[in-house]
Design a protein around this ligand. Structure first.
Ligand code: ADE
Ligand code: ZN
Length: 327
């Protein structure tokens, strides 16, 4: 209990959280009702206060995408983001960089500007009323085509000042980062910072990490703990200051290992690892609960727990956020 309140009191930064992963069962009910839509299948058999159930990435994504059908208007996207930002503020998160998946909405007929305007309104309101610093990272769905990714990047250009970076998420199997090399090259030219998911225990994990570092030249990697298998690649991450945004509770849901040992090992080898929540409404763990998982499940010291949060502020894009918004 003393440990829990110590973690709760620590000022924190969160760098790996999907806005679409903040859709709680309660919010699904709210949006379905006000848009006169049926409850998605996963919800009709679920009590509002309990949770979703799944055991791997496939069963997770099979609930995650259909649930998004209830998101229709700018106000829905605003309320979704505001719900998360209110919880984040209550957990003493000072800065957050939020992923969003425009293609999960444009693919079902919701226009890109509807999504962006709703999210942006919430971020501006939260900054003003809660004092939490927040920015948006647009993710490309890697299981869709490179052409659709490029078209989405083009749709983002009029909103460039509201999007700090471009990321890569969804189903990694058979979708290597190199598939999107041209998209990332253009994103970089347009001034976006770059990150990419290299999920844990994927086939060709080391190849994918090498691609994002050497070919795409990302600024960060999301997950990426498989890098421990290759000492020379660990040294490159350390030397270049490329940070990892790890998600212990998410790991424990989609595989049977939360990768605590690997996260601590990388921290002690000088890699800028951080601890984050990924899809908190689905994994039922926000920033504090993920820090607690590390504290309880590994031999990490309190000093090292503080270092995890120092890493997060250090590899965050907070100074760049200032550049885009105030200059
Ligand atoms: N999109 C949202 N959450 C994700 C996850 N855990 N892995 C891949 N893509 C995602
Ligand atoms: Zn993620």
């Amino acid at each position: 209990e003393e440990l829990k309140s110590w973690i709760a009191g620590m000022p924190k930064a969160e760098l790996h959280v999907h806005l679409e992963g903040c859709l709680t069962p309660a919010l699904v009910h709210t949006f379905a009702e006000r848009n006169n839509l049926p409850l998605p299948a996963a919800l009709s058999s679920l009590d509002q206060t309990s949770g979703y159930s799944f055991h791997d990435l496939t069963t997770f994504l099979a609930v995650y995408y259909p649930n998004l059908a209830v998101l229709q208007t700018e106000h829905d996207f605003r309320d979704l983001a505001m719900d998360y930002l209110t919880r984040a503020h209550a957990q003493n998160i000072k800065h957050v960089e939020l992923f969003f998946d425009p293609q999960a909405h444009t693919s079902r007929g919701v226009p890109f500007p509807t999504v962006l305007r709703g999210y942006r309104l919430a971020l501006l309101t939260a900054q003003r009323t809660l004092g939490i610093s927040a920015s948006l990272i647009m993710c490309i769905l890697r299981d869709q085509s490179a052409e659709y990714a490029m078209a989405t990047l083009m749709e983002a250009l009029p909103f460039k000042d509201s999007i700090i970076g471009v990321g890569l998420d969804s189903d990694e199997r058979g979708n290597p980062p190199s598939k999107f090399a041209a998209v990332f090259q253009r994103a970089s030219k347009e001034g976006f910072l770059m990150t990419a998911h290299c999920d844990i225990d994927q086939p060709n994990s080391i190849d994918h990490i090498r691609q994002v570092v050497q070919e795409i030249q990302v600024d960060r990697i999301d997950h990426g703990t498989n890098v421990v298998e290759d000492d020379s690649l660990v040294e490159i991450l350390r030397h270049k200051g490329i940070g990892l945004t790890c998600c212990p509770v998410s790991n424990s849901v989609v595989t049977d290992d939360f990768k605590g040992k690997e996260i601590v090992d990388l921290l002690r080898r000088g890699v800028k690892v951080t601890v984050n929540s990924d899809d908190p409404a689905y994994f039922r763990a926000y920033a504090n609960e993920n820090m607690e998982k590390m504290a309880m499940g590994t031999d990490v010291t309190r000093k090292e727990l503080i270092q995890l949060q120092r890493n997060a502020f250090s590899i965050s894009w907070i100074s760049i956020w200032r550049k885009t918004h105030f200059l």
